[in-house]
Design a protein around this ligand. Structure first.
Ligand SMILES: CC(C)(COP(=O)(O)OP(=O)(O)OC[C@H]1O[C@@H](n2cnc3c(N)ncnc32)[C@H](O)[C@@H]1OP(=O)(O)O)[C@@H](O)C(=O)NCCC(=O)NCCS
Length: 186
């Protein structure tokens, strides 16, 4: 991928479903192998993500937000959050992915900061949390660097509820920010 100019950030619209699905599938193939099954990652993941993203974006939903990072007209990252998802931990950052080759350039931090801002802008005040695969130690280092705290370990649910999409019984870790304000300005 060519060198990055300064990315621009904006909310997703329905026409973005295809490019988000492609980046999501690519990132899962690169980082979720060993937790998700090879059969799922090598065959069905793109179609699955296409369905999920066209459903998510087909109409405005005040209960969630999707923030995109773009370099020109190329999608280089995205974050998707469900507000007020958990009575204890607050909003769920369900997906955060940066294009391969463009990591460690601050895009993930900016997406996390914009997500925190969106949570703060939407009363009532809540925390922010996410689940990360136990095997995904790079992402965990990122969340710790951004002030997240690991508060729980549990088994990973199968994507779309289809058990054969898992490889064995992978575990995930819950990372939480009780005050998302600590993420602002990053
Ligand atoms: C995890 C991810 C979103 C982080 O986004 P990013 O744009 O690469 O992260 P940033 O550049 O904002 O990193 C900020 C800081 O976090 C820390 N950090 C980020 N990645 C790290 C890594 N692999 N190892 C150690 N520290 C890391 C560093 O302190 C970094 O600052 P520095 O580069 O100045 O040292 C991105 O790497 C990614 O998309 N990974 C693949 C998909 C994925 O795992 N998503 C998370 C699913 S739960």
């Amino acid at each position: 991928m060519p060198g990055l100019s300064r990315p621009k950030y904006r909310p997703a619209v329905p026409a973005d479903a295809e490019s988000i699905a492609a980046l999501h599938a690519d990132s899962w193939r690169r980082h979720y192998r060993g937790a998700y099954s090879d059969a799922f990652l090598d065959r069905d993941v793109t179609a699955d993500r296409r369905t999920v993203w066209s459903d998510r974006l087909k109409e405005l939903n005040a209960g969630c937000c999707t923030i995109l990072a773009e370099d020109g007209d190329v999608l280089v990252g995205f974050a998707h959050t469900f507000f007020e998802n958990n009575p204890t931990w607050g909003a769920l950052l369900d997906n955060l992915h940066v294009a391969s080759g463009l990591k460690r350039q601050g895009i993930g931090s900016r997406l996390l900061a914009l997500t925190a801002q969106a949570v703060i802008d939407r009363p009532p005040p809540t925390g922010l949390y996410l689940w990360v695969l136990e095997q995904n130690v790079d992402a965990q280092a990122f969340y710790r660097a951004r002030g997240g705290r690991c508060v729980e370990r549990d088994l990973v649910p199968a994507p779309g509820g289809v058990q054969s999409r898992l490889q064995g019984s992978p575990a995930g870790l819950r990372y939480a920010w009780p005050d998302p304000g600590v993420l602002l300005g990053k």
